[in-house]
Design a binder for this molecule. Sequence first.
Ligand code: HEM
Length: 317
Amino acid sequence: MQRERALCPRTTAQPNMHLFIALRRILAGLVSGVEGVLTNAAVFLVDFAFTLFNLVTPNRRKGRVILEGHPGFGGKWPEYIPPREGDSRSSCPALNAMANHGLLPRDGKNIKFTELNAAIRRVYNFSPTFCFFVPNYIANALVRSYRTDRFDLSDIDAHNCIEHDASLTRVDSYADPDQGKIAKALVEEVLNSGTGPGGDLTPDDLSRLLGKRRVEAKRQNPKFSLAFIHKMFGSSNGSTMLTIFGGRVQDLRPILSEERLPDGWEPRVRHRMGLTMLEFNFTVLPVELSIKEEVDGSIGSAGQERYEGAGKTEKAE
Ligand code: HEM
């Protein structure tokens, strides 16, 4: 009898154990759900207050966006050293550039999420709300603690967290899982697409580039996916080129093709509280909503040519 029990150790205590685990999970789910809603509500409220503050306070002076005492003050960025063998890099040119200048650890490893928050605030003049929201989002997506955990730059390339198909500066992860690699041809296309003064990028250029890239990527990648949230990440990431980098191709060239901050560069957004999420969305939404390929059927039909008979309707026998 004892031997049977050892082989098949089901006891009456087990249903209680299952119930206990299930109750703990439900409780933990509820607590984290409520915590998430409250955190986001607080962030959006504070973000709104920062937007109002920016409206009523004068901008920082030109040449004084990076505060005195911080690297980059007066346009002098710490030495640029391209990544070495074994260093970690990501699909984000802005974060890689920080590592290449030693504004984040040069090897791109063992970075605290809180450290990322402070670094983005100092270097790119995004608002404190954005600087908390995005690192906190990626920490949650990677099932880590924003407050205590760390990451390597390449960790943020987990597919379909923030990294997604149809990027403007990377081939899809289906074609190359190493998303730290700059796609030179794509970058050149971005840099040569500006129709603004001096060839600078405009919001229309960005919508056109994103639409074209989505069709192209879906045609080339049989595993293509792009949920609504990833479209929004795509247009948000791209919109930093219009806001923080002012659409200026002269600055974007070293940033996108070498992941280097050019001498004398400073963020084009000069508000005291930085670029808030609310203000940023006044660029992101028009860019996303003006992508004509999203409504003319070209994204929907792209890639269907791979399948015999696709698009034809069967005649009833
Ligand atoms: C706050 C932390 C940040 C995280 C976690 C992050 C993450 C990412 C990721 C995962 C991508 C790749 C998305 C894709 O697949 O296309 C990306 C792309 C990009 N990010 Fe970031 N990023 C951050 C901050 C920034 C900042 C501060 C800027 C600009 C100042 C920026 C500019 C860009 C640009 C220009 C791209 C390329 C977009 C493209 O290829 O379509 N990012 N970012």
